[in-house]
Design a protein around this ligand. Structure first.
Ligand code: SAH
Length: 348
């Protein structure tokens, strides 16, 4: 009986493997370059789109490979222009990605995992549990899809990318960095490394690895509390990865990269709304050059967490700015369609 091989995902092949395939088939090796261009630069979703290949070559590819491209299943548009995509993966799982239009920039917020394993108490994605990592091309496809929406719907180029969707990017590091390589490559989307920000819960050993690898994208850390007891109570990762380890990793990061870090921080009533918490944040923010984004809380259920009042935000802001730490208050976008930070939970 003939063994049936499942078709291989063509984007998992290395350029040399595709060249070898064409040579074995008695074709020219440069076909691999043509196919590569279709797959990445032009984001082809099917072999039939590859019109500079003969029908016979396209058939050959179809018989041997698949393109496990994502499909935007549904698109929701917020009153503020934000667009949320529910993205269907080749195995039927769904993640969400968001296009955020602003005056000077258009930002793509992309997911790195299906669900999340981190269990942060205030985040809707945490309730989904982690199902799997996204592959590099599934991450790339989200950016390519948003880039196209940006151009067709807003008639403007996509300018920024943030890894602030579902999942923890540093727990899917190899695929996230492979995707970023393609996103920034002239053979891919040709976007600038300095416009890309990876946001992490702050996994110390991965921050050290990033520093060693000499990555060139920006780093944001979801801090939310600079006192261990408080942070552990809302972010369980802090038990195994306490602030002292995070601080040491960040020092190493700065030493190696000489680049600032951005801290994301929500101020909640009765959680971290005291001057003592603000002082602790100031102290932490002074460890290496940094900026602070005070982000608005997006309620994910009844009760539980409540955003602190404006007076508390001002107390934080005054203290940090007085000591030269650039601090911004970030308003939510896309809240009406559950597209804002921490609201991504495949609710449709
Ligand atoms: N795991 C990464 C990437 C997720 S980014 C990280 O933790 O950084 C999502 C950002 O939104 C994080 O800063 C997260 O702490 C924040 N967030 C989560 N839930 C939120 C909510 N309900 N309201 C506002 N921000 C939230």
């Amino acid at each position: 009986m003939q063994e049936v091989h499942p078709k291989r995902d063509i984007r998992k092949l290395k350029p040399d493997e595709l060249k070898k395939f064409f040579i074995e088939q008695g074709d020219k090796p440069f076909r691999a370059t043509q196919v590569d261009e279709w797959l990445w630069k032009k984001s082809a979703k099917s072999f039939d789109q590859m019109t500079n290949l003969s029908v016979a070559t396209r058939d050959l590819l179809k018989q041997n490979f698949t393109i496990n491209h994502i499909h935007v299943d549904t698109m929701q548009r917020s009153a503020d222009g934000t667009i949320k995509n529910a993205v269907k993966l080749h195995d039927g799982l769904i993640v969400e990605s968001v296009l955020i239009p602003a005056e000077k920039r258009i930002t793509a917020c992309v997911s790195s995992q299906v669900g999340c394993s981190l269990a942060c108490k205030f985040c809707a994605t945490a309730r989904l549990k982690r199902q799997r990592n996204l592959s590099a091309d599934e991450i790339y496809d989200q950016v390519a899809a948003i880039k196209e929406q940006s151009e067709t719907i807003f008639n403007r180029p996509l300018t920024n990318i943030v890894f602030m969707g579902m999942g923890e990017p540093l727990l899917n590091y190899a695929n996230v960095t492979a995707a970023i390589d393609k996103i920034t490559s002239p053979k891919g989307l040709g976007m600038a490394m300095k416009r890309i920000t990876v946001s992490t819960v702050g996994i110390a050993k991965m921050i050290i690895k990033m520093a060693d690898d000499g990555v060139k994208f920006n780093l944001a850390v979801s801090l939310h509390a600079a006192i261990d007891g408080t942070r552990s109570s809302i972010m369980p990762i802090n038990d195994s990865n306490p602030l002292s380890e995070l601080a040491a990793a960040l020092k190493y990061w700065y030493q190696k990269t000489k680049r600032k870090v951005t801290y994301e921080y929500v101020v909640w009533q009765d959680v971290n709304d005291t001057p003592e918490h603000a002082q602790a944040l100031l102290k932490f923010a002074q460890i290496i050059p940094s900026k602070v984004n005070l982000i608005e809380y997006n309620p994910i259920d009844e009760g539980g967490f409540k955003q602190a009042g404006d007076d508390v935000l001002r107390m934080y802001m005054d203290l940090l700015e007085k000591h030269g730490i650039t601090t911004r208050i970030r308003k939510s976008r896309g809240k009406d369609i559950d597209a804002a930070c921490g609201q991504l939970a495949n609710k449709g």
